[in-house]
Design a protein around this ligand. Structure first.
Ligand SMILES: Cc1cc2nc3c(=O)[nH]c(=O)nc-3n(C[C@H](O)[C@H](O)[C@H](O)COP(=O)(O)O)c2cc1C
Length: 401
């Protein structure tokens, strides 16, 4: 059977041309950026969070810190940036213009106000009547705003999430997305509170509260603002495991479309989120690093993947991994895996697996005349050796007990 896949993706009442959306952040800080991104292929965008004009935004400089591997590739990113510096009237004018130029694209207005239902209602009404297709309630920013009782301070309190979602949902007639924070012990009561308040969709995750580093010469925490710093929000590839966990928990506990966010940089990341129950994904950090053009590879990669899997659309993947997540005690203990040197020519006898197994495992590996020897009687099947092998020469093979 040969399938010609379509990337069309239903998201609540909307039909997106693909599952890729820009999330609220620097890439959606102006109408010009949003327009350029739409022309590159993004199906939609969530505007940088709009706040009431009375909520003063004074950004710090610098406000970013990056964690990179030895090759200079970024794997984690911290920001202490605040909300949109542009006024409500800038956005209401630009929203109408963006919708005139891109009527087929999903335009979402992200909003945040003080924990006062009237403030949320007023802002929601203004932004909705400018013509956005949906609103996203930012109750999840972990820095700067919680100190004022807003952002994650709301998202960490299920009752406030429910009450403010109820206020917003009752005041507009477009779908409302509630964007949740990962900085809670249990996401499920918060997701259920959003649903109880009338949310039409949930997006997650916003950034993870962090301290990304400390300069060991100056003793200054990063990013350093005139010698001092504050806790910030962590994003980028390193956060995907947290995002996937939270999205799968939300998708398993509420009956609402979920938008997956956190570390998406390519189509494979997006597929993982969809398998974990997301209907679509949002991207911020990868666009800041590589530009909005990454969506072209994401689209072609997803199309080829779906064809290879003989699947007709991204929707056919949704939630397929959820049934494979079980409680720890329920997993199969009747099997073990054991290392096997499947490609002996790839082994360079570097000894990393031997050292790892000796000092961090079960002392089951040794090198004899440059050849790896596996002592099956000592091996506990933990798989550390395969993970540390820089050549990928070791694979783990199933053994029944
Ligand atoms: C510099 C920066 C600014 C951000 N500003 C906002 C914002 O104004 N509103 C919001 O809801 N999320 C904001 N975010 C969070 C992102 O929308 C997203 O939830 C988070 O970065 C995780 O996705 P990523 O790993 O693709 O970046 C911001 C993120 C970054 C890195």
């Amino acid at each position: 059977m040969s399938v010609i896949p379509s990337l069309e993706t239903p998201l609540g009442p909307f039909m997106l041309k693909n599952p890729f959306l820009l999330s609220s952040g620097p890439p959606t800080a102006s109408s010009e950026q949003i327009g350029r991104a739409f022309r590159s292929g993004w199906a939609g965008a969530v505007i940088k969070t709009i706040r009431p004009d009375g909520m003063v935004i004074e950004d710090l400089s610098p406000r970013f810190a990056a964690l990179k591997d030895r090759n200079g590739a970024m794997y984690g990113f911290e920001n202490i940036e605040l909300l949109s510096k542009r006024s409500v009237s800038y956005w209401t004018t630009e929203i109408a213009e963006i919708k005139r130029n891109f009527p087929e694209h999903l335009l979402v207005g992200s909003i945040m106000a003080a924990p006062d239902p009237d403030e949320w209602r007023d802002l929601a009404g203004e932004v909705a009547s400018a013509g956005v297709d949906a609103l996203e309630m930012n109750v999840s920013c972990p820095h700067g705003m919680p100190e004022q009782g807003a952002g994650a301070a709301i998202g960490q309190n299920p009752q406030m999430v429910r009450d403010l979602a109820r206020a917003v949902c009752g005041s507009v007639d477009i779908p409302v997305i509630v964007k949740l924070t990962p900085n809670v012990t249990d996401i499920v009561p918060v997701a259920k509170a959003a649903q109880a308040g009338g949310a039409d969709m949930i997006s997650a995750i916003n950034t993870i509260q962090c301290l990304s580093g400390i300069d060991i010469d100056s003793f200054e925490p990063l990013p350093t603002v005139a010698g001092y710093s504050t806790y910030g929000g962590y994003s980028g590839p390193a956060t995907k495991p947290v995002g996937l966990r939270i999205v799968s928990q939300i998708a398993s506990s509420v009956d609402l479309p979920v938008i997956g966010i956190g570390g998406v940089a390519d189509f494979e990341d997006a597929v993982e989120y969809i398998l974990a129950g997301a209907s679509a994904v949002q991207v911020c950090t990868a666009v800041m690093w590589h530009g909005a053009g990454i969506v072209r590879e994401m689209e072609s990669g997803l199309r080829e993947y779906l064809a290879r899997k003989e699947m007709s659309s991204p929707g056919s993947l949704r939630g397929l991994a959820l049934g494979k997540l079980k409680a720890h005690q329920e997993l199969d203990r009747t099997r073990r895996v054991q290392p096997s040197l499947v490609s002996p020519s790839a082994c360079t006898s570097c000894g990393r697996c031997v050292v790892a197994c000796r000092d961090g495992g079960y002392h089951a590996l040794s090198l004899h005349r440059g050849r790896l020897v596996i002592d099956a009687s000592r091996c506990d099947g933990c798989s550390l050796c395969a993970h540390v092998c820089p050549e990928g020469a070791i694979t783990m093979e199933q053994k029944a007990l």
